[in-house]
Design a protein around this ligand. Structure first.
Ligand code: BG6
Length: 307
């Protein structure tokens, strides 16, 4: 490994390739062989692999890989709203648009590039976007892959409008799991949540940890900044750390809804679980010139370290 690190060429850390539609994808690599792939379509992370080449994010085999639709899987960015809204598409338009590589971004408040392979992306609304959501903004996204293989997404949204605006947000993270019935989430015990399956009624989580035996679609409110998703069969734990993102969405469509979704295989719900760092209950308000930052870091560790 020492030798490998010595010959590691930083040029290998970043590569740009084109997808079937001619859209650029940026591949990040670390010296240990982990990788992440980010599409300029939506700024979506579409793959994240560990040093053994195992995929850590779910991607549906039925995904419709044709813009403007976002791929079913990876981490679609939900902005300027998470969920439904009368005038905008579900989960906002940012995930369905073409982003650009940001060659000269303003520096991040804290140094976040040490030893990491990263790419900076930029999304600005077009005139057409502004017709549907008349608030001008600059959305900067940094996706980085650490030496330890951790995946980090930092979103910075700046109001470049003459007037205040507010938005909700979510990193719609499709985690790849062995079998949904073998999975549990720790860190959301005793939290309040809105249940989207029960007209957004508010409940308090009673169980010790969240386990799965039917469809789930909830927004946990004001949650801790670190939660864990344990996969017993794979003995793998996703540790999710977030900042600026008080809420956590937990979603699995289960059997009936999967069958009704054209871009998800009938049984694929068993291999996925969405656990999203989000800001939903209290929309983020930005005055002209103000900027918001939302940070998500996902690490994968062997479960034995946590049990
Ligand atoms: C979840 C929502 O986060 O995303 C669900 O809570 C929704 O209600 C799901 O069905 C998938 O949304 P979409 O737009 O990607 O099909």
């Amino acid at each position: 490994m020492g030798h490998f690190a010595a010959v590691w060429d930083s040029q290998l850390a970043l590569e740009t390739i084109k997808d079937l539609n001619g859209v650029d994808q940026i591949v990040l690599r670390n010296p240990q062989g982990a990788s992440a792939r980010v599409s300029l379509h939506g700024g979506q992370v579409i793959s994240w692999r560990n040093e053994r080449g195992e995929e850590l994010l779910f991607a549906s085999s039925k995904s419709i890989l044709k813009p403007p639709k976002a791929m079913r899987g990876g981490i679609p960015i939900c902005f300027p709203q998470f969920g439904n809204c009368d005038s905008l598409e579900q989960h906002g338009f940012a995930k369905n648009k073409l982003w650009a590589v940001d060659d000269d971004p303003p520096p991040l408040p804290a140094n976040d590039s040490n030893g990491k392979s990263f790419v900076n992306l930029l999304f600005k609304p077009s005139d057409e976007d502004l017709k549907f959501w008349p608030h001008n903004f600059e959305f900067r996204l940094r996706v980085s892959l650490g030496i330890d293989g951790n995946l980090t997404l930092i979103s910075r949204i700046r109001n470049v409008n003459g007037k205040p605006f507010s938005f909700s947000f979510g990193y719609h993270s499709y985690l790849s799991v062995s079998d949904i019935s073998e999975v549990r989430i720790e860190g959301l015990e005793t939290m309040d949540y809105f249940d989207n399956l029960l007209k957004k009624e508010r409940f308090t989580e009673q169980g010790d940890a969240i386990t799965f035996e039917s469809e789930i679609d909830r927004v946990y409110l004001s949650s801790p900044n670190c939660i864990a998703v344990l996969d017993h069969e794979r003995k793998r734990t996703y540790v999710i750390r977030k900042e600026g993102l008080p809420d956590v969405v937990v979603w699995n469509p289960w059997e009936k809804k999967s069958k009704a979704m054209s871009d998800l295989g009938d049984d694929e719900y068993k291999q996925m679980l969405c656990v999203d760092g989000a800001a939903i209950e209290k929309p983020i308000a930005l005055k002209p010139g103000e900027e918001w930052t939302g940070r998500l870091e996902i690490a994968v560790v062997p479960s034995k370290f946590l049990q």
